[in-house]
Design a protein around this ligand. Structure first.
Ligand code: GLP
Length: 261
């Protein structure tokens, strides 16, 4: 695991976006794992701008999102399908048939989860997975007690997550309390992971995720098991890290420093 602390949200977001863009340039048919949330909106905005400037071609890229709310149709403005179309897919030259999210309206959720796993496998697996972190410490919607080997399945959301995400629903009480999410085991199978975390409200849970013991109570701690995981954060999110100076020293002084490119 490598931790890169940047002075502010803008610089941290820029670095994450650059790394994703580089990967797509190196492998135009990249299989990209995508996340949602406010943090990612800024990343997608930067990727859209790179595309518009002619620097980034998505025509062959394939994507798999981490999760989707159960009970929301793809055109529901609060669905993650709608979020992805609005923030990224409709603004770039990606083939929508190459974009995948679990179907929150599926009649048989178990089958849907199984098919999602099969589809990832049949596409050769995820090359690069982008992640944020929820205040409960979740990656995707892997809430506390998610098995570290869990696969795509439906999951009940914690009150912490409902409090975090319900302000985006009108009325807030209409937020679904369940979601389909890739499992922790599914996420760990990606070849490479980039997690982006910004803001002081994430500092406490982020320190536990990076420096705390591995535990299914905080699914992000499972990233400590991944051999190629880069965590990009801003100064605010880094506030509670014990080894902050060490991580900064590596980034500033290690002559051979290079993220996993
Ligand atoms: C949701 C998603 C997570 C994401 C989190 C962070 O809960 N399921 O994948 O990491 O939001 O959201 P934000 O960036 O808004 O803090």
């Amino acid at each position: 695991m490598e931790v890169i602390i940047r002075p502010n949200t803008e610089v941290a977001t820029e670095l994450a976006s650059q790394l994703i863009a580089e990967k797509i340039s190196q492998k135009p048919f990249l299989c990209l794992g995508l996340a949602t949330g406010r943090t990612m909106e800024k990343v997608y905005n930067k990727l859209v701008n790179l595309h518009k400037s002619g620097a980034l071609d998505f025509s062959l890229v394939r994507t798999y999102n981490l999760d989707e709310y159960i009970g929301l149709s793809p055109d529901d403005p609060n669905s993650y399908r709608h979020y992805m179309n609005e923030h990224l897919f409709n603004k770039i030259n990606i083939d929508l048939r190459n974009t995948h999210l679990p179907m929150g309206m599926a009649d048989n959720l178990e089958d849907e989860c199984h098919l999602y796993e099969e589809s990832i496998k049949n596409n050769g697996g995820i090359d690069l997975q982008l992640l944020g972190i929820g205040r409960s410490g979740h990656i995707g919607f892997n809430e506390p007690l998610s098995a570290l080997q869990s696969r795509t399945r439906d999951k009940a959301l914690t009150p912490v997550t409902v409090a975090q995400n319900s302000p985006m629903f009108d009325p807030p009480e209409s937020m679904p309390k369940r979601a389909i999410t890739m499992g922790v085991g599914t996420i760990l199978e990606a070849d490479q992971i980039i997690m982006l975390v910004t803001g002081k409200e994430k500092a406490g849970i982020l320190a536990k995720a990076i420096e705390g013991p591995i535990s299914s109570m905080i699914s992000a701690t499972a990233l400590q098991l991944h051999p190629k995981c880069t965590i990009i954060i801003d100064e605010d999110a880094a506030a509670d890290l014990q080894c902050c100076d060490y991580y900064k020293w590596i980034f500033d002084n290690e002559p051979k420093w290079e993220p996993y490119r």
